[in-house]
Design a protein around this ligand. Structure first.
Ligand SMILES: Nc1ncnc2c1ncn2[C@@H]1O[C@H](COP(=O)(O)OP(=O)(O)O)[C@@H](O)[C@H]1O
Ligand SMILES: [Mg+2]
Length: 240
């Protein structure tokens, strides 16, 4: 692989300074990880529910994603990047060793932060993400867990920042639901009024959405069990 940066120099920084010091901890699986003891001059770029993402000021186009101990998904993420290859809306993996990855840095701001800051999100961003997800499907992947924290915007274009769950085959409607909220609520109402949605409200929406989804899933499961129980009874009667 041909890199435009000094990978060996960066790896030395990672192994000698970053990894021995930084603490990435997952306190609650549904909340972002906690980060502590970040050595100078490393900077924290973002936190997901699995990992912390960092950069070094001498390598501003590269990020290092470190998984919290006990959080699964590292191998899957490496596999997804190898299937994706190069695409402008996705990052690329330059190096991976158990529990950390060296990735291309994507530019911009997550849609979550854009909504909180009242930054306008053009339709093109949504269309770029749709196209990127179609591309992922064409590479044998299953877009999953695409929500406002995993999509970024830069100069009016959209980028998908987190692909770690793209091997999960079960359907995920987060992106479709986000788009409904975008077209029905954000574009006609929030955006023209320049309304900002504060983090505490975004957090309530995030938690409410998760509670509603798991309630819906459990209803589906119970309904399915009830139907299969009924059809078994019917089958037994038929056999007699
Ligand atoms: N390649 C990247 N370029 C720029 N920012 C990134 C990149 N990867 C992650 N981030 C930032 O870090 C945050 C957490 O990363 P993410 O991959 O979503 O972690 P997790 O798998 O734990 O959800 C993202 O929301 C984003 O702000
Ligand atoms: Mg994420």
């Amino acid at each position: 692989m041909n890199h435009k940066f000094d990978l060996n120099g960066l790896l030395e920084e990672i192994y000698q300074h970053l990894l021995p010091k930084v603490k990435v901890e997952s306190i609650h699986p549904h909340d972002p990880v906690e980060v502590d003891n970040l050595p100078q001059p490393w900077r924290l770029l973002g936190r997901g529910n699995y990992a912390g993402v960092f950069y070094h000021p001498e390598y501003v186009d590269i990020v290092v994603k470190i998984y919290a101990p006990g959080r699964q998904g590292f191998e899957e993420e490496v596999e997804v990047y190898s299937r994706l290859g190069e695409h402008p809306a996705f990052s690329q993996c330059y190096y991976a060793k158990p529990n950390f990855l060296v990735l291309k840095r994507l530019p911009g701001t997550t849609l979550y932060d854009c909504i909180q800051r009242g930054m306008g999100i053009p339709k093109r961003v949504i269309e770029d993400v749709d196209e990127a997800l179609e591309y992922a499907v064409s590479r044998g992947l299953y877009p999953h867990d695409i929500h406002a924290r995993n999509v970024m915007m830069y100069e009016g274009r959209g980028y998908v920042v987190d692909i770690s769950d793209f091997l999960h085959q079960e359907t995920c409607s987060k992106w479709e639901n986000f788009k409904k909220a975008y077209y029905w609520l954000y574009r006609p109402l929030l955006c023209p009024l320049g309304l900002r949605v504060p983090y505490f409200l975004l957090d309530i929406i995030r938690k409410g959405y998760r509670a509603f989804s798991s309630f819906k899933k459990s209803c589906h499961r119970q309904w399915g069990m009830l139907l299969s129980f009924k059809s078994q009874k019917h089958f037994k009667r038929f056999k007699r």
